[in-house]
Design a protein around this ligand. Structure first.
Ligand SMILES: *Cc1c(COP(=O)(O)O)cnc(C)c1O
Length: 415
């Protein structure tokens, strides 16, 4: 950790008593919706094992099945049994790649296509298969983060071994820059050569309409803690007829695809969160898009020489990612934190070296812009007053950090 970071963290501890709390990191996780919390507290007494045959077990199981219906409705799945509960987005994504590992070779398909901007749980799963001899391609994106569809079409060309592709995995909305991908278009191309289609919709559900039928996907990943529900619970949608392989072996839960005693509380919380997400989707997204625009316009007006990352139109309503060349993302983040503003940066200082965001690097902005980026992600409790507070605090922070950076050579990390 650099001296600069250490000093800022110490300062943060000192003034933590009297600063406001402005949470703008909803893409990292969300607080529990008050109604989810209430429902979960009531449900805490449902303790029986949902696989038990007795009355209490059956009652617990009924609650699990109600939640399954609620979650299936959120993504337009007509059959609730196409929903498998998992521990979250990471496990759902890993399950899909495990499926590719087992079923790909059986069908003579050992090619996998994904993108360079996926969540690490997809990238790392794909790399593991690469190590095992699968041919994995990480397709590029344009400067606004949209998948290069001609590169995808090329990779899926039957003449170019398109028929050897088992899986095409493209995220529906990017967590860092908010860009929304054309999943229906991806599915059309993939289906034409008989490949399976997966989308990590963890950031999309609850923010934009998601319909597995309209998208035409075989697999769709969700996570509950991104939609105002509890952590450690998620789901994988699996279309009828699509193969699926267990990642966790043991009992017969979830048709043998996901062993382990049912997480009653998590699943019931997920059901409630899914129901509310669907109910509030339109209001939330319209309101948040307005707040995002207010924040974007305010930053553009007050801070010179910035770069707004992500897509101009195809973006999540709540996500704004901005690069401030000449100021390091980590320093901006900590300065904002001192003012009580909780945002995020795509980069992390790991073992003494700053790694620029792989997402921003894939958009081609270059390391300086990738290092100086901040993600503001808004949510259902965000207000206009909070946005205005950020617009008051942010410009002087950037000005100060830029002045500071011209005094010293640009070093990634100090130690
Ligand atoms: C948060 C997130 C995940 C991981 O979900 P967990 O439930 O935290 O494991 C996967 N993909 C995307 C796009 C995410 O934003």
């Amino acid at each position: 950790m650099s001296w600069k970071v250490r000093r800022m963290m110490a300062a943060r501890e000192e003034n933590s008593m009297d600063r406001p709390f402005i949470y703008m990191d909803y893409n990292a996780t969300t607080p529990l919706h008050p109604e989810v919390m209430r429902a979960m507290v009531e449900d805490l007494e449902v303790f029986a094992n949902a696989s038990s045959m007795h009355e209490a077990g059956r009652r617990a199981r009924d609650r699990v099945e109600v939640a399954r219906i609620q979650v299936s409705r959120l993504v337009g799945a007509s059959d609730p049994l196409s929903i498998y509960f998992t521990s979250g987005g990471s496990e759902s994504n890993n399950t899909v790649f495990e499926t590719a590992r087992v079923y790909g070779p059986r069908s003579g398909r050992k090619r996998i296509l994904t993108t360079a901007i996926e969540h690490p749980c997809v990238i790392e799963s794909a790399k593991r298969l690469q190590d095992e001899g699968f041919e994995v391609e990480f397709l590029g994106v344009d400067p606004m983060g949209r998948l290069d569809m001609s590169a995808l079409a090329d990779a899926l060309d039957p003449g170019r071994r398109g028929r050897e592709v088992f899986l095409v995995s493209v995220m529906m909305a990017n967590n860092e820059i908010g860009t929304i991908e054309d999943i229906a278009g991806v599915a059309r191309l993939a289906k034409a050569v008989g490949a399976r289609v997966h989308t990590d919709a963890t950031q999309a559900v609850g923010k934009i309409p998601v319909d597995v039928v309209a998208l035409g996907v075989d697999y769709l990943t969700m996570s509950c803690h991104k939609i105002y529900g509890p952590k450690g619970i998620g789901a994988l949608y699996v279309a009828k007829g699509a193969p699926v392989e267990a990642l966790i072996h043991g009992g017969h839960q979830e048709k043998g695809i996901r062993a382990g005693t049912y997480n009653n509380q998590g699943i019931m919380g997920f059901g409630k969160a899914a129901e509310l997400a669907l109910l509030e989707l339109e209001d939330n997204s319209t309101r948040l898009e307005g707040l995002r625009e207010r924040l974007r316009e305010g930053i553009v007006a007050a801070v010179p020489d910035i770069h707004v990352n992500g897509h101009v139109t195809h973006h999540l309503p709540n996500t704004l990612n901005v690069s401030f060349p000449g100021a390091e993302g980590e320093a901006i983040l900590l300065s904002l934190d001192l003012e009580g503003i909780e945002a995020s940066t795509g980069s992390a200082c790991a073992s003494g070296s700053l790694e620029p965001s792989h997402v921003l690097m894939a958009t081609g902005v270059g390391p300086e812009l990738a290092h100086g980026s901040i993600r503001f992600s808004l949510g259902r409790s965000s207000t206009e007053a909070e946005v205005d507070y950020v617009l008051e605090k942010l410009p002087p922070i950037i000005k100060r950090l830029r002045r500071f950076s011209t005094l010293r050579p640009k070093a990634a990390c100090d130690d």
